[in-house]
Write a protein that binds this ligand. Structure first.
Ligand SMILES: [Fe+2]
Length: 403
């Protein structure tokens, strides 16, 4: 007998124009893939650390040369890139008349390249976009994203985060022109990632799928990606962290991270990111690590209003069963995520990360203004966000459930 639906599916839109090339060894074809897009001259944007000296980066340059693509490079991106770096990269792309920017590395080079591509299109300063004083009229230069971590999702997202250096604020900007033209996702490039970065970036990916799933903007397409990706991350993050050479686990994480970017571009994120951005901007704490520490506290505070959706997630993650009451399953989700974070060697509270109570007012005022706050499944008051932050600072998970 045919199943009957009990309600009409709510109308929604889903848009992701990024062409994803995924697979072990696919980066070796980067030059040919770029040539097929018609890119003859590109600016490479990468970090200052390990990536610029890596075999993968050298192979990328060889691949471009073999395809007849000329390149210049901007190997200067540091963590949480500021507006000054974006201006430098944009100026280099413009001066060289480059037809595309190719980002190689983690979320910082990818976001820097995306913001620079926007600025290079018409010269409007990146801060004008970040503060809502300008809107992209002419699009952005094409971006090719080649991630070497599995977490940011920027390789398939419409968002880029830039630090307003003077204001000490990390500000995201989303527009469909910021979807990369190509995402070349090769898990072999992730094999050298050290365990702490594997853990932090993996928890960033997990935060993306959870916040996107719980967002008021969630839809059936984002749900499909998020439930699938959350289950894969829960199953394979620890394996990738324990044994970095486990290509199967690396490939699951790389795939989940990329797909999550397409999903959260539709829905926005949530208050975990709302708190993690000021923690990162003010204290230099890695984005994924800040997310990992804050995630259980925000989830605990959401359990009051979002228990049914949290129960669905908990079941998908293998942390609860369909027979659990929603409130019980939501609690199991919180404790399961906290347990994973602990097994990955991450601290239990912001205080243990070195965030002092004196930082709370500045973190709170930034989080209150977070752009995705209206899509939170719980309409937190400013006072409730303050209680939530206090619980994350002190490590009092029970207080977060009561916040
Ligand atoms: Fe993130």
């Amino acid at each position: 007998m045919a199943e009957s639906a009990d309600r009409v599916v709510t109308p929604f839109s889903f848009h992701c124009p990024t062409r994803l090339h995924f697979g072990s060894g696919v980066a070796a074809r980067a030059g040919a893939l770029l040539a097929a897009e018609g890119f003859g001259s590109v600016l490479l944007v990468t970090g200052t650390g390990h990536t610029v000296r890596s075999r993968g980066y050298a192979a990328l340059k060889e691949s471009l040369e073999a395809a007849g693509i000329s390149w210049d490079e901007f190997p200067a991106v540091t963590a949480d890139p500021g507006d000054g770096l974006v201006r430098e990269a944009a100026a280099l792309a413009t001066a060289g008349g480059r037809s595309a920017l190719v980002a190689y590395g983690g979320g910082s080079p990818i976001d820097c390249a995306k913001s620079a591509a926007l600025m290079a299109a018409d010269g409007t300063d990146i801060l004008e976009y970040l503060h809502g004083r300008a809107f992209p009229a002419g699009g952005a230069l094409p971006v090719v994203a080649i991630p070497t971590t599995a977490g940011t999702g920027s390789e398939m997202s419409s968002a880029a985060v830039t630090t307003d250096t003077a204001a000490r604020r990390k500000l995201g900007f989303s527009h469909e022109c910021l979807f990369p033209r190509l995402a070349i996702v090769d898990p072999e490039l992730h094999l050298d990632m050290p365990p702490p970065i594997t853990a932090a970036t993996g928890m960033d990916a997990l935060t993306h799928v959870i916040e996107s799933f719980l967002s008021l903007g969630a839809n059936p397409a984002s749900d499909a990606i998020n439930l699938h990706s959350a289950a894969r991350i829960m199953r394979f993050l620890e394996a990738a962290w324990r044994d970095g050479s486990d290509l199967a686990a690396r490939s699951e994480m790389a795939c989940a991270s990329a797909l999550a970017g397409a999903a959260f571009s539709q829905t926005g994120l949530g208050m975990v990111h709302g708190f993690a951005h000021p923690v990162g901007a003010r204290l230099g704490i890695a984005h994924g690590l800040a997310n990992a520490v804050i995630l259980p506290y925000v989830l605990a505070a959401l359990a009051r209003d979002a228990a049914p959706r949290m129960a669905t997630l908990a079941t998908a993650l293998g942390l609860a069963t369909p027979s659990d009451a929603p409130a019980d399953a939501a609690r199991k989700l919180v404790l399961g995520i906290a347990g994973l974070k602990s097994r990955l060697g991450m601290p239990a509270s912001l205080g243990m990360l070195g965030v002092g109570a004196g930082e709370a007012p500045a973190i709170l005022s930034d989080a209150i203004a977070y752009r995705a706050r209206p899509r939170s499944p719980r309409a937190f008051t400013d006072g409730e966000l303050s209680l939530l932050l206090d619980s994350a600072l002190s490590g009092d998970l029970d207080a977060a459930f009561r916040a």
